[in-house]
Design a protein. Structure first.
Length: 321
């Protein structure tokens, strides 16, 4: 009954209630020790430790894909937490280098995990930590792209990007088509060689700042794509939506872009065959692979967009497939 209610509510009140349930310590413990729940999560998350991540990356690279790694750190309430997450990112770079996986890899950095939301000291720490991670990644031949969180963090994230971009021009930024401001932001961000990731946006935002209707978001995505494809920036097309992928392919064809001047990016475990198809026809495609101690919270966040996944998760905890 609860699962039917979640579907009918389209991911609103009931699913929020169930998310709170899934976020409880007891449920977390049950999920961590349930083989069925872990198997389900493993479709989308490479695991908790570097040892879990490395074989996943090797298997993707062997298939001709590039990889982007999202380190899922612990939630941040103190500068100590942010420091621990910085260590997580740096250890990631060291391990990628040791495994021969660093060259061409991308590391997706979430400034919130580095303390960006902890006030002035946190902002400064996040800026310096992102600089350290990016320098170390660049020395190893890897790239860094900043992820984007909710609309209230966009100014700060783009300011940080501008500051880092002055001495580390390969650093990428993410923009969300759903936000009204994004077209304006793109006009400033789409600089020659700048890596700009365009996604729809994963956060539930107020109507005052964002399009809420799917069709409007799709149209905004296409407008963003056009700006990027016309510019000399490197568009990172981050979507699984077949129609938007087809439009991006057509815009690439019309612009006559070389294959190394744009990328398709998709989340690990979502439409993997489509990502392979893109590689097979000559595009550069990258799988975005999350791993780390915050895997459970990441999986929970995904329920906001996809209540069906919550239903599957509950079934797995109840021992039903
Ligand atoms: P949708 O219309 O949502 O999905 C199209 C189809 O793809 C669906 O019908 C479904 O079949 C499949 N699908 C999509 N997502 C999933 C899923 N999670 N599980 C199962 N099936 C799925 N958002 C941010 O706000 N900030 C970021 O920094 C950010 N970085 C991203 C980086 C990458 C590489 C990607 C691919 C996405 C990122 N996102 C980010 C998420 C993005 O904003 C969307 O929420 C997400 O990609 C779903 O939108 P879509 O374009 O695939 O279209």
């Amino acid at each position: 009954k609860a699962l039917r209610a979640v579907r009918a509510s389209g991911g609103t009140a009931v699913s929020e209630l169930l998310m709170r349930w899934a976020g409880r310590d007891q449920v977390r413990r049950a999920a961590v020790s349930s083989p069925a729940a872990r198997e389900l999560v493993a479709r989308y998350v490479a695991g908790e430790h570097l040892d879990d991540l490395v074989p996943v990356l090797h298997s993707l690279v062997d298939k001709g894909l590039l990889v982007s790694v999202e380190y899922l750190g612990r939630p941040v309430t103190t500068l100590g937490d942010a420091e621990a997450n910085q260590t997580g990112y740096l250890e990631l770079v060291v391990r990628l280098t040791a495994e021969g996986l660093a060259k061409g890899a991308e590391i997706s950095v979430r400034l919130g995990l580095l303390g960006q939301e902890l006030g002035m000291h946190g902002e400064e720490f996040a800026l310096q930590a992102a600089r350290r991670i990016t320098r170390m990644a660049n020395n190893a031949g890897a790239l860094v792209t900043l992820d984007m969180s909710g609309s209230e963090s966009v100014d700060l994230t783009l300011d940080t990007w501008v500051q880092l971009n002055q001495d580390l021009p390969s650093i990428g930024a993410t923009v969300q088509a759903a936000l009204h401001r994004t077209e304006r932001d793109l006009a400033n961000l789409a600089m020659p060689g700048g890596r700009i990731r365009l996604c729809k946006g994963a956060f539930r935002e107020p109507r005052t700042v964002a399009f809420r209707n799917r069709h409007e978001v799709d149209l905004a995505f296409v407008r963003g794509l056009r700006i990027l494809m016309k510019s000399q920036a490197v568009p990172l097309v981050a979507t699984h939506d077949p129609r938007l992928i087809a439009i991006a392919e057509e815009l690439v064809r019309r612009s006559g872009r070389a294959p190394d001047s744009y990328e398709f990016q998709m989340l690990y475990g979502v439409r993997p065959l489509e990502l392979r198809r893109l590689v097979d026809i000559g595009h550069v495609a990258r799988s975005y692979v999350p791993y780390g101690p915050g895997w459970y919270e990441y999986y929970l966040r995904g329920f906001v967009e996809r209540p069906d996944n919550l239903a599957l998760f509950m079934r797995s905890l109840l021992g039903k497939r």
